[in-house]
Design a protein around this ligand. Structure first.
Ligand SMILES: *Cc1c(COP(=O)(O)O)cnc(C)c1O
Length: 389
């Protein structure tokens, strides 16, 4: 049952109310044009997005997952290779590494930023390592200065997973323009969301861009001549025109997210038992999620159920306040990766964070009143639990 006064974790209807007419007119034009795959709409968006990110090349594709696959394939990463990434991310980041036949190697995270702990990166490099995949999780950039310095010293490629961080900046450079390839998702809940699936890769290397262009089109070099086993992974024209419109609003929406995040932090930073997310000096995050940590009282190895965070979340839900858990189980302990041989306790920061994270309602249009309800709802809930103990 949805109540009128519920605070949803995310509400896409506000954006539709703002720009629905504009999108409908653009969609209507594409419908009338008959050019549904490829064509000028896709080219235009690719150019606009390359300009926005600050790179020379952008290739649209079918999803953020495919963007990562295209990047790894273009960099010739495959069986026998290792790619270093974070265990605290959406499954796709590691799935694609395995998908191209390589092995993901997980480096523990910094529990304050939720990102890969760059201090631990170098120890994970072996002679098989071919690439590093930083994931700018929740919209917060990884320290790319130090990461690139390590990558360059070891001659490793860097594939940035920017799925949650479109528009985020590290020292005034947009993420996706710093590593060798940037990978973006336009899944509807990302900061730049299509009305369906979509993705893009960005790079300053024309040869890598050409390779990704070929791979997303069945590995075709000239019409009906194939050089590689590729994919059917295109951005379609309807999504492209929608994305072109939304791109014009993205900076405003991201600025609104920053304001909302500041308000949350201001109200929550002194609440006992709550750790608010940290933004590194030099980072300008775009807050795809606003995620706090609720200090767990117990120290249970099972990360999925029955902990303090989960009981808080259930209580909030009862009061009509939506929240989400990204992510309940780190990737190195997922059933599918049993064969990699990681043990519980091996990446302790990621494991602890998975027990403690709670993402609060966050979208550009969230009202002050809704944020306050979430804040006071959480405070009440925490006050009650401490009384019980
Ligand atoms: C969403 C997401 C992806 C995958 O993007 P899709 O468009 O859903 O395929 C990859 N990595 C991260 C970190 C994501 O959040």
């Amino acid at each position: 049952m949805s109540r009128v006064n519920n605070v949803p974790p995310l509400d896409l209807s506000r954006q539709y109310a703002q720009i629905g007419d504009e999108m409908a007119a653009a969609v209507q034009k594409v419908l009338a044009s008959g050019a549904y795959i490829g064509g000028p709409a896709v080219k235009t968006f690719e150019q606009e997005f390359a300009n926005y990110i600050g790179v020379s090349e952008c290739v649209g594709c079918n999803s953020g997952t495919d963007a990562l696959v295209l990047a790894l394939r273009a960099l010739k990463i495959g069986p026998g290779d290792e790619v270093i990434t974070t265990p605290f991310t959406f499954f796709a980041s590691a799935e694609v590494i395995s998908g191209v036949g390589a092995t993901p190697v997980f480096v523990d995270i910094d529990g304050a930023t939720f990102n890969m702990d760059v201090d631990r990166l170098e120890a994970a490099i072996t002679e098989k390592t071919k690439a590093i995949m930083p994931v700018h999780i929740f919209g917060q950039p990884v320290d790319m200065t130090r990461l690139m310095e390590i990558a360059n010293r070891h001659n490793l490629a860097v594939v940035e997973d920017c799925a949650q961080s479109v528009g985020a900046e590290w020292q005034s450079q947009k993420v996706g323009s710093i590593g060798h390839v940037g990978c973006f998702s336009f899944y509807p809940t990302k900061n730049l969301g299509a009305c369906g699936d979509g993705g893009a890769v960005t790079t300053n290397d024309p040869a890598i861009a050409d390779s990704m262009r070929m791979l997303k089109e069945h590995g075709q070099s000239a019409r009906y001549f194939y050089e590689e086993i590729g994919y059917n992974s295109r951005l379609d024209a309807l999504q492209a025109v929608i994305l072109s419109i939304k791109l014009r609003y993205l900076d405003t929406w991201n600025a609104q997210r920053r304001e909302k995040a500041e308000l949350y932090s201001e109200f929550l930073c002194h609440v006992p038992g709550v750790a608010v997310p940290r933004e590194l000096p030099g980072a300008k995050g775009v807050w795809n999620q606003y995620t706090i940590r609720l200090k767990s009282q117990e120290n249970q190895p099972n990360l999925a159920s029955g902990n303090f965070r989960d009981s808080v979340r259930a209580q909030l839900q009862e009061n009509g306040i939506g929240s989400m858990v990204y992510y309940p189980l780190p990737l190195h302990l997922q059933p599918v990766y049993k064969s990699l041989g990681y043990q519980p306790g091996q990446l302790p920061a990621a494991e602890q964070v998975c027990r403690e994270v709670l993402s609060l309602p966050m979208f550009p249009e969230i009202l002050r009143d809704q944020q306050e309800r979430a804040i006071y709802g959480l405070k009440d809930c925490l006050a009650q639990s401490t009384q019980i103990q």
